[in-house]
Design a binder for this molecule. Structure first.
Ligand code: ZN
Length: 507
């Protein structure tokens, strides 16, 4: 039996270890952020070494015999601690087990296969040449399956991979919410196809100067509550958010002078990720809990600000005059209503990252089904293009003309990321579930958004979601905040109400 003072000393050691791991993780994140934004090209190989060294240090600390015995001892006494400390121990144990279960040889093989995968994929996509990508993809699938077998506690290999992004989720649970969502989405799409209402986004494709786009994006992110004394907005080829801790949150975007949506809604999206990280409670600094709790919950926050707020009529009620003022030529003769409609065009198409709110989840379901079958061995890599094209025709009604715009479009599988895709759609579902709870708590929310007052919503999100960081597991957090488990129903109702009205096809 361990007495109280021993338990306290174990906890102090764990906190100290957590602080160092958190510092090293943040250093690694900062090196990565710089690599994608400001780093001169010539530094690429030097930077690769720096990141590898930091990662090796992290791996050595997390797998050391000292950490192993600390984790063992803590597990025995954790019942004495409060919820936050138990969560911290849970994360330490999770990272320790993950790192020790995978043989060092496999870590090295995977790292090489991933960097080769991305390199080969980049060229294969440009050349529309799936055959050249197939061998490395086959290897990545095999190595990921092997990795999953080491991680698995008896569950399906795919589930072990998915669990890394969504702790507590399984492919059966994903399937159970995706199925009704797919049926409802396809029915809505059918009605939209048959509607007399035709919307187009031509107004968004006029000329918009990048520096003015940036000005508007910054202003809006400040109004949402992004704190530039603890964050930055920069440019990168692929937009992302990287938290170097809650007091240094970097978001990026890219500007297309002939398509306003890219940066406009892109900044609102990344701001949502940024608000989550900036809103983590200060007392979680330098702990393993100082970050969002899962990919899906993160995505629920970016989607909430981008779509549920940013693409709403309420939002543009307040924001429109400023946009019209910044772009008097492009928006000459355009009404606010026309602009909102242009921002909400539904168009079944080929490319996931350009998809609207209705069709987006169908793109995800296709990837989920295919990657699950790749990992289980039910689908052979050679048959991937055909399986992909069949599902695009069935779910979205679109013919895939080539693999570049088909199964080669995303980097995820090339980077060895399997089990990640469902998080995007789960995040969409959660965003509406959270927003419903916010509306119930804030009866004047619509009026506040119309008036450009975002602090009531942001403060509600901060106290219910942001401040907890990784303390609660994702599904536990959802349950605490909404009183319910993951459910496609609210999202389906949201789509029916919004797009059924826009297209005059409400059931
Ligand atoms: Zn995102």
């Amino acid at each position: 039996m361990t007495d109280r003072s021993e338990a306290a000393s174990l906890l102090a050691q764990a906190r100290e270890l957590g602080a160092v791991l958190s510092d090293l993780n943040q250093v690694s994140g900062l090196l990565g952020w710089d690599q994608q934004t400001l780093m001169p090209q010539g530094a690429a190989s030097q930077r690769g070494n720096q990141i590898a060294t930091v990662q090796t240090l992290l791996h050595d600390m997390i797998t050391s015999p000292k950490t192993a015995s600390l984790v063992r001892a803590l597990t025995e006494v954790q019942d004495q601690f409060g919820h936050t400390d138990r969560a911290m121990i849970r994360e330490l144990r999770r990272e320790h087990e993950r790192a020790t279960r995978i043989p060092a040889r496999l870590v090295v093989e995977l790292a090489h296969a991933q960097s080769e995968g991305v390199e080969v994929w980049t060229k294969a996509r440009a050349d529309n040449d799936f055959a050249s990508f197939a061998p490395i993809l086959r290897r990545l699938v095999a190595l990921s399956r092997e990795r999953a077998e080491h991680l698995s506690d008896g569950q399906e290999p795919y589930d072990a991979l998915h669990d890394e992004f969504e702790p507590g989720s399984t492919s059966a649970r994903v399937q159970a919410v995706f199925e009704p969502l797919r049926v409802a989405t396809m029915s809505l799409l059918d009605r939209i196809r048959g509607s007399e209402v035709r919307l187009d986004d031509a107004v968004l494709r006029r000329t918009y100067r990048a520096e003015l786009q940036e000005k508007f994006g910054r202003e809006q992110s400040v109004r949402f509550g992004f704190d530039y004394s603890r964050g930055r907005l920069d440019r990168s080829v692929h937009p992302f958010a990287e938290a170097i801790g809650r007091d240094d949150v970097r978001i990026t975007t890219r500007y297309d002078e002939n398509f306003l949506s890219t940066a406009l809604y892109g900044i609102l999206h990344e701001t949502g990720h940024g608000l989550y990280e900036q809103g983590v409670a200060p007392e979680l600094r330098r702990t393993l809990l100082e970050e969002g709790t899962s990919m899906a919950v993160h995505e629920s926050q970016s989607r909430l600000w981008e779509n549920l707020v940013g693409r709403s009529e309420d939002f543009w009620h307040g924001a429109w005059p400023r946009l019209a003022e910044l772009f008097p030529d492009a928006l000459d003769g355009v009404t606010r209503d026309a602009f909102v409609r242009a921002s909400n065009v539904v168009r079944p198409d080929l490319i996931r990252v350009e998809a609207d709110e209705v069709t987006y989840n169908l793109h995800i379901m296709i990837r989920f089904e295919l990657e699950r079958d790749l990992i289980s061995g039910k689908l052979d890599v050679a048959d991937l293009p055909e399986a992909w094209n069949t599902l695009y025709l069935e779910y979205l009604g679109v013919e895939v003309p080539d693999d570049a715009r088909g199964c080669l479009q995303d980097v995820h599988w090339a980077a060895g990321l399997f089990g990640y895709f469902p998080s995007y759609a789960i995040g969409n579902l959660m965003s509406v579930q959270f927003m419903q709870a916010a509306r119930a708590a804030l009866p004047d929310l619509s009026e506040q958004i119309r008036a450009g007052e975002f602090s009531p919503l942001r403060d509600w999100l901060a106290s219910n979601i942001y401040r907890h960081g990784k303390t609660h597991e994702p599904l536990e957090l959802l349950e605490r905040v909404t009183g319910k488990g993951l459910d496609a129903g609210p999202y389906i109702s949201y789509l029916e109400e919004k797009f059924g009205t826009l297209y005059g096809v409400k059931t």
